[in-house]
Design a protein around this ligand. Structure first.
Ligand code: NAD
Length: 431
């Protein structure tokens, strides 16, 4: 099939490379000249494990192309995926400017029947807006369908998730579009992953509901972590005991420094706005959001309880919002570093993939490639991202390199008893 993917970010580029890898002809369309220039020159603008291999194979095979020419991209394809960003706007809603812009271009240039697929995370009712904008901008009145196909990939595991999704949700009111979409995804569904066909509005809500549920689990555990600290319990043991219940399951029960990234924070905010727009209560999600904001401050409060921060140098392991990505959007580490700088500390930081993303926004930070180099002469160490690279280090050497053996483990990756026996002042979260 002939596909155009509008928006070559974390979602668009993976989807484009994934569909090309299944034999489709895919055009990546973006308004960012720099990104398209990099992709044409053979460089990936993002880090995502496994993506480079798909990119190289499919560019070589002529199935994956890149352009900023929306007219050509739209006219040369049968299915157009909208994968542009939907960040939070000033009113805490999803900003649909980019989605609307793509819809207008599709209307302006379409030359025959197209399936327009919304993969961007958008509030319920957006498919109708897209339909209206396409229709209003059409120069020739051709038929089209708008489908909602929310994306559930996890950054850091996006390639694996494309090949092995838990489910594929297709929201449509058109039999013709349904057949095209099911046939496009058939080769992925062959691995026994269900394709769920539903109405458009339910599909749009499924995406927000899924992210809000995961965010709720995280805030749930973070709130309980305070009780564990006050009573001498261990939140990791509590999570284990809960997770062994089949009805609950073990995932997304880790207490820590709060959720970040380009999805959970903005999607929870957008869901709150959507609920309010429709005169519905949003109390639960407001609490989830509030708990998360508070949690991002926990690390610095813990550090303050054992160190007068002013004039100290603090090492931070991990900048990306989670492991295996270079994405730092709304990463809790950024707020932690900002608070430490404001308190008069100097910062050493390292990250296996996110240093280049972080440099422009953290101009006062000294970056290091190596975790041991990062901590040399520092007064304390904070673990902000649970990269595997930080899990099994020589903690005796870490203690010697640090000026003061203070370890604030924001991701609970080290054992408190072991760290205390090595002589660290160790503070985890909820233990
Ligand atoms: P991103 O910011 O990485 O990429 C968006 C891309 O769209 C950018 O390259 C931008 O230049 C491009 N763009 C903007 N306007 C355009 C236009 N008019 N025409 C063509 N391209 C345009 O965003 P992302 O992280 O890939 O997210 C995209 C959408 O997918 C969002 O709605 C997001 O909520 C959703 N989503 C993201 C993830 C994730 O893990 N990142 C997972 C699931 C869903």
């Amino acid at each position: 099939m002939k596909l155009t993917i509008a928006g070559t970010g974390y979602v668009g580029l993976v989807a484009a490379a994934g569909f090309a890898n299944l034999g489709n002809e895919v055009i990546c369309l973006d308004i960012d000249d720099r990104k398209i220039g990099m992709l044409l020159a053979g460089d990936l603008p993002i880090f995502e494990p496994g993506l480079e291999e798909w990119y190289k194979i499919n560019v070589k095979g002529g199935r994956l192309k890149f352009t900023t020419d929306s007219q050509k991209a739209i006219q040369d394809s049968d299915i157009i995926f909208i994968c542009v960003g939907t960040p939070t706007n000033a009113s805490h809603e999803a900003d649909l400017t980019a989605v609307e812009e793509v819809a207008r271009s599709i209307g302006r240039y379409m030359n025959g029947y197209k399936v327009v697929v919304n993969k961007s995370t958008v509030p319920v009712g957006t498919a109708d807006v897209v339909k209206r904008l396409i229709r209003e901008n059409q120069k020739i009145a051709v038929d089209f369908d708008v489908v909602s196909n929310p994306e559930f990939l996890r950054e850091g595991a996006a390639v694996k998730d494309f090949e092995n999704p838990d489910r594929i949700v297709i929201g449509t009111d058109s039999k013709r579009a349904e057949e095209i979409m099911v046939s496009l995804y058939r080769s992925v569904a062959r691995t026994d992953r269900p394709i769920m066909v539903t109405d458009i509005r339910s599909a749009e809500i499924i995406k927000y509901a899924s992210n809000a549920m995961l965010a709720t689990r995280i805030s749930f555990m973070n709130q309980l972590s305070f009780l564990c600290e006050k009573t001498g319990a261990d939140i990791k043991e509590v999570a284990k005991g809960m997770g062994l219940d089949d009805r609950i399951g073990p995932r997304f029960l880790q207490a820590g420094i709060g959720y970040g990234g380009s999805c959970f924070p903005k999607d929870v905010r957008a869901l709150i706005s959507t609920l309010k727009t429709h005169d519905c209560d949003a109390d639960l999600f407001e609490a989830v959001h509030r708990i998360n904001e508070k949690q991002k401050c926990v690390v610095v409060e813990k550090l303050r309880s054992v160190l007068d921060i002013k004039g100290c140098t603090i090492a931070v392991w991990g900048i990306s919002f989670k492991p295996k990505t270079d994405d730092i959007r709304e990463a809790p580490s950024l707020m932690i570093i900002e608070q430490l700088l404001r308190a008069g500390a100097g910062i050493h930081a390292c990250d296996p993939a996110a240093i280049e993303s972080a440099r422009p926004v953290l101009s006062d930070v000294a970056f290091f490639e190596n975790p041991y180099e990062t901590i040399r002469d520092c007064d304390a160490l904070i673990i902000a991202t649970e990269w595997n690279e930080f899990r099994n280090l020589d903690m005796r050497a870490v203690k010697i390199l640090l000026k003061k053996p203070i370890l604030i483990d924001g991701r609970n990756i080290y054992d408190p008893k072991e760290m205390k026996s090595l002589g660290f002042t160790y503070l985890g979260v909820g233990r």
